[in-house]
Design a protein around this ligand. Sequence first.
Ligand code: DON
Length: 306
Amino acid sequence: MQELLESIYNECLPYTKKGKTADYIPELAKVNPDLFGACVITNDGTTYGVGDYQKKFTIQSVSKVLILIQAFIDSTSKAVLEKVTLEPTSSSFNSIVNLELKNDNKPLNPFINAGAIVTTSFISGDTADEKVDRFLSLIRRITGNNDINVNMEVFESENRTGSRNRALAYFMNSTGTLEDRVEMVLEAYFKICSIEVTCEDLAKIALTIARNGVNLAGEQMFDARNSKRLRAVMSLCGMYDGSGDFAVKVGLPSKSGVGGGIMSVAQANNGMGLAVFGPALDEKGNSYAGRKFLEKISDELDLSIF
Ligand code: DON
């Protein structure tokens, strides 16, 4: 496995030159676009890593999977799914247009920005920091990594330039879709997006989803039925408007973020967690080299669920 990872890594490294870092959040534009790493963890916890797999980066939209889990834990799936549906979209992750025109003003799914702002509003807490602390405690327990924290510079940067997310949130506030105070929800959403993780952390989260909610320490972190739901929605919506092409070429439930991370859940060999990090992004906001890496490893190990 280690050899395979190294050979795919070398093959995919040149693709870092094809993408570009997210520039709509100034702090992300400063990240070195040449970084690239990948990690695979098998069901018994054996960890294989290559390149920058222990380098920290911001989780960004990969957090949307755990935000949904925390919303299900703190409220009920029934209540959450009355405010956000589970339908794919061909619009970009921060699109505004569908909110007014489609789906009774509900976001189409929890993995676009509008949907994740709604699910964040379901996380318990009287302040933004209380919500963020609940999220941090979930991610730290899943990964066994107590060093996971918010990068406050990235948070400030997102908060300063987050007009589009504010537009989405304030519109949803006007339609009664948010469960909590709008500015508090936005602060929690921006802070959660700014949490720093490594590929290894993301691979552990993916493995926990593959193991129906049981982390490597053997603790049931969330309802097994929700793992099935997550895998389905990740397959249909996890790579935004690139989800169809990704399903054909990789065929693994996955979630990307503009920080350059992608996590993928494999059911082969009783479950495997995969994660890649490459901040140079393609035009849909997904890691360019990371996507190529996942295509190749899925092909080599015959991992596609289709
Ligand atoms: O809300 C935003 O724009 C970012 N904090 C997260 C977006 C993101 O990661 C979309 N990913 N591909």
